[in-house]
Structure formats: structure tokens, C-alpha cells
Write a protein that binds this ligand. Structure first.
Ligand code: SF4
Ligand code: SF4
Length: 132
């Protein structure tokens, strides 16, 4: 019985061929929920920094003074946390995968709006005023 089952499985696999695909020679199968890669829209970004704080891999870096938003593609694991957390819809998860790379890729964008720093609070004694 065991030999019969094994022979049947071997023959079935020989006829059907391998279950895996030879990506990237053969395109990967993707669906609407495939997490391929993150895209960024610099025109809507408000440099709040939430994406950078939420990223578990420290793949996103924001330099407000230089007006730069960066994503390190080698660090990103496409978890989608930054996309979910962006309050301005500047990040999107696209289903297509990036082609395999052999070199370190850091994608750099220039952001147009930089959130101003909050003014420092005055100490209570000064803000109390001198009247009375
Ligand atoms: S991409 Fe979104 S979450 Fe990240 S800094 Fe810009 S607005 Fe904030
Ligand atoms: S998808 Fe995940 S790992 Fe990639 S940048 Fe966003 S939060 Fe970081």
C-alpha cells in the first residue's frame, strides 16, 4: 500500500511539473493583497515622521532640514505598517515586486512641505506676566 501511494505521488508530480516558479525568469503571481513594494508621494507628505517611527526595520528616514524622505529597500520587509499609519495617504503598497538587486538601494525623495517645529513653551514665571 505504501509503495503504491508513493508511486502514485511520484507519477503525479512528474506529470504536473514543479509547484514553484523560476522567478524572476517567470513573472511572480500577484493579487490585490500582495505586498510587493511601498511607493511614496512627496507632494502629499507632511513630514510628520509617523512612518519612520512605526517601521520595525528602521527602513524609513526623514531629514526635515534637508527636506529628504528615504526608504532603504534592503531593510524593508513590506509589512505595510507605514502605509497603514500614514495619516495623509502618501504611502501605497503596490502588488508588484521589485526586481532582485545585488547592491544596496536607498531611494531618496525631496519633500515639499516640512512640518514646523513646535515653539518652546515659556516657563510659568515668565508667562504669568508682570501686571498687578
Ligand atoms: S509619508 Fe506619511 S507618515 Fe510618513 S512623514 Fe509623510 S505624511 Fe508622515
Ligand atoms: S513596509 Fe514595513 S518594513 Fe517596509 S518601510 Fe513600511 S513599515 Fe518599514
Amino acid at each position: 500500500m505504501g509503495y503504491f501511494e508513493m508511486t502514485r505521488t511520484v507519477l503525479r508530480n512528474l506529470v504536473r511539473g514543479p509547484a514553484t516558479r523560476q522567478y524572476p525568469a517567470v513573472p511572480a503571481r500577484t493579487g490585490p493583497f500582495t505586498r510587493g513594494h511601498v511607493t511614496f508621494d512627496p507632494t502629499t507628505c507632511r513630514s510628520c515622521g509617523l512612518c519612520s517611527r512605526r517601521c520595525p526595520c528602521e527602513a524609513i528616514r526623514i531629514e526635515k532640514e534637508e527636506k529628504v524622505w528615504e526608504i532603504d529597500r534592503m531593510r524593508c520587509v513590506a509589512c505595510g505598517d507605514c502605509v497603514e499609519g500614514c495619516p495623509f495617504g502618501s504611502l501605497t503598497m503596490e502588488p508588484e515586486y521589485f526586481p532582485p538587486v545585488v547592491e544596496h538601494v536607498v531611494e531618496r525623495h525631496t519633500i515639499t512641505y516640512v512640518k514646523p517645529e513646535k515653539p518652546e513653551k515659556k516657563p510659568k514665571e515668565e508667562s504669568a506676566g508682570t501686571g498687578a
